[in-house]
Write a protein that binds this ligand. Sequence first.
Ligand code: ADP
Ligand code: ADP
Length: 224
Amino acid sequence: SSAVAVEDLTKAYGDTVALRDVSLSVAPGEFVSVVGHSGCGKSTLLRVLAGLEDDFRGTATVDGTDVRTEGGHRVGMVFQEPRLLPWKTVRENVAVGLPRDVDPDSEAARERVDALLDRVGLSGFEDARPSELSGGMAQRVSLARGLAYDPTVMLLDEPFSALDALTKYEQQDFLLDLWRDSDLTVVLVTHDVEEAAYLSDRVVVLGGQPGTVETTVDIGEGRP
Ligand code: ADP
Ligand code: ADP
C-alpha cells in the first residue's frame, strides 16, 4: 500500500481554490519532489498531509490512515524557516517534536534527542541557543525536531530556499544521505526543478489549471 495517497483533493480558502482534484500516490521509502509555480498549492498539499487542514474535499491518507485522524499518522515536517524557539536550547527545541506520550524531561527522551542531534551532525551543540547556529545547522535542528516524532513520512517545504548556495548543496547531500540510511518516505516541495531532479526518484509537477497534477517524471536512482 502507499505511504501517501491523495485522491481528488480539492482545497479552497474562501474563493481561492488552492488545490483542484489533485491525486498523488507515494510508495513507502520513495523520495518524491513536488514542483510548480508559486501559488500552485504546494504548501497547501503538505499542510493537508501534515493534518494541519481539515476542511477539504477528497481523501488524503498517510500509511493508510486518514490525515484527519487525531494522532493517527506519523509525519514530520520541515519548513523553509527553521522556526526554532530562541529562548530554548537546541536540545529543548528538538524535544518539542517528541510524541505527546513521551515525557520530555525523562532520561529516555534526552537520550533519544541527543541521538537525533548526533544523526544530524550536531553533537556538542545540545546546549547551544539557536542564535549561535549557522543557517544550515538551524535547519538540521528543525529536521531533528521533525524526526523526534519518529515519522514514517517526512514533509519538507522549501527547506533549502533560505540558505546560501554552498550551504544549500551541503544540506541537500545531507538529506540524501539521511534518506538513504533510513526507511523514510520523503515528500519535498520546491520551486527549484534542478534541486528536485537531483534529489528525488520522481518529480510531480503541480500546475497548469490551478492545482492539478500535470506531469510525473521518473528520474532518480533511489537508494543504492
Ligand atoms: P505554493 O506553496 O505553491 O506557493 P500555496 O499552497 O501557498 O502555494 O497557495 C495556494 C493558493 O492558496 C494561493 O493562491 C494562495 O494565495 C492561497 N492560500 C494559501 N494559504 C492561504 C490562506 N491561509 N488563506 C487564503 N489563501 C491562501
Ligand atoms: P504553521 O505556521 O504552518 O501553522 P506552526 O505554527 O504549527 O506552523 O508551527 C510549526 C512548528 O514551528 C511548531 O513546532 C512550533 O513550535 C514552531 N514555531 C512556530 N512559530 C514559531 C516561532 N515564531 N518561533 C519559534 N518556533 C515556532
